[in-house]
Design a protein around this ligand. Structure first.
Ligand code: COA
Length: 194
């Protein structure tokens, strides 16, 4: 597929909405990247994140989307879509193998209320229903307990630890691998606008 579809209207369950990033989000996105938990778990390089670097990243995300590899979206308050709660993506999309990964982060103020699980649920149904994905993967650091809880709460199964899986902040890091198949979800869990 050349260009991935963008969920239109944005995916929402009435609490969170997932929409394309906008140029006006840059300050909120920078604030999210400045959070120590984000830097500990989600920032693979040790280079400082600047507005210029974020703009480069936005350009790169647009190219990844055009190549059909990755869709990056902002997680926003469904009742006020100018309020950015975090970011998420469906990445490593392989339509031939019907496989993809899902990733997410939240600003500190948006944590602790299930927003990441809601996001994963919306993305999972979209990836299964619209992209025809048959296996969705979720990976995180072995010490990222909150993210592992999100995975389990979203219905993912732990498959194991991939040792020395990735380059991370100047070294290498193990990664937990979780997966979700369409049959792991129940019709009653399908997101609805509440
Ligand atoms: C991972 C993240 C998105 C989860 O946010 P969230 O949806 O608000 O998750 P919560 O704060 O509700 O926590 C989820 C669960 O983990 C538990 N938890 C949170 N922090 C914890 C910690 N430090 N130690 C143990 N458990 C923890 C919570 O109690 C909750 O448990 P429950 O499912 O039994 O209720 C958020 O913590 C985050 O943005 N972290 C930084 C970036 C990141 O790690 N992204 C994921 C990369 S794989």
């Amino acid at each position: 597929m050349a260009v991935l579809p963008v969920p239109d209207p944005p995916l929402t369950d009435g609490v969170v909405a997932l929409r394309l990033w906008q140029a006006s989000d840059i300050e909120q996105r920078l604030a999210g990247y400045a959070d120590p938990e984000f830097q500990r778990f989600s920032l693979s390089t040790s280079e400082p994140v600047t507005a210029a670097r974020l703009r480069q990243q936005a350009d790169q995300e647009e190219r990844e989307w055009e190549r059909g590899e990755k869709l990056s979206l902002a997680i926003v308050d469904a009742t006020d879509p100018s309020q950015v709660w975090g970011g998420c993506s469906v990445y490593d999309i392989d339509l031939e193998q019907q496989r993809a990964g899902v990733g997410y982060w939240l600003v500190p103020q948006a944590r602790g209320r299930g927003a990441a699980s809601r996001t994963v649920r919306l993305l999972a149904y979209w990836a299964f229903d619209v992209l025809g994905i048959a296996r969705l993967e979720l990976t995180c650091a072995p010490d990222n307990i909150a993210s592992q809880r999100v995975a389990v709460r979203s219905g993912f199964f732990l498959e194991g630890i991939m040792r020395s899986y990735m380059r991370f902040q100047g070294g290498r890091r193990d990664t937990m691998l979780f997966s979700l198949l369409p049959e792991d979800l129940h019709e009653a869990d399908r997101p609805r606008t509440e």
